[in-house]
Design a protein around this ligand. Sequence first.
Ligand code: NAD
Length: 262
Amino acid sequence: MANRLEGKIVAITGGSQGIGLAIAQRFAQEGADISFCYRSNKAGADEVVQDIQKLGRKCAGFQSDVGLVSDGQKFIADTVTQFGRIDILVNNAGLERNADFWNVTEADYDAVLNVNLKGLFFITQAFVKHRMDVPSSDRKPGGKIINISSVHEELPFPHFASYCASKGGVKMLTRNLSIELAPLGITINSIAPGAIETPINTKLLNDPAKLHALLENIPLKRLGKPEDVASMAVFLASSESDYATGTTFFLDGGLTWNYQEQ
Ligand code: NAD
């Protein structure tokens, strides 16, 4: 099969580990050039750049705190300067904080909401403004936005209220923008992963009892891998998904319809 993302330029937030890294690697294998941002791990980011360049693709990593609107806007601007344009935006960066609702601090609330929702909002806005600046004759058809949301845009996750609020916000942003962006030829969709083996789940992966209980609830009886998410992201980035917009694609081994609170 031909490379499905040949010639595309992709910007990914949080591309140096976990799901973002798997998407960066897979998109490069499918022929895309990759710009990604990372929060602080420059050595890790440099390694990713080298690995992707070995595949014969262009790649750059930019330090950027997605929780700061100006940083996110700069990431988009730096990518356009270096790569010429952006065709596909993947809003992947995210974090969670665990606390009883009554103990959530303003600092923790801001850390989660600023990255997962506010940062995503304004990076998306910067991407859309960039697409509007490109003369339509120079725009590659099919501008696409892919948000990495969560099953917790739909399902409660006790003790993670700020995370659920942020992902619920991503759900409605995806639906709303599908209408506003359609006239610009831009589609926007979300992927809602269930439990995926990445550093965000380090505690869970090291707690055999919790892991066992969770697996009992997953009909396919395994956690997802970052590569599972990357496969769906390729579909959503490619022309094969051109008629999809405003939708969340669940990728959870069946967890959502079998969900029982842990
Ligand atoms: P992860 O912790 O491995 O990766 C998170 C990424 O976000 C990292 O690259 C990190 O540097 C980046 N990031 C966090 N804060 C940032 C900031 N302020 N500025 C820039 N980058 C920042 O976890 P992951 O599982 O790969 O998570 C990726 C996305 O997938 C997140 O949005 C997460 O909510 C979502 N998700 C993950 C799971 C799962 O089970 N792993 C399930 C559902 C949704």
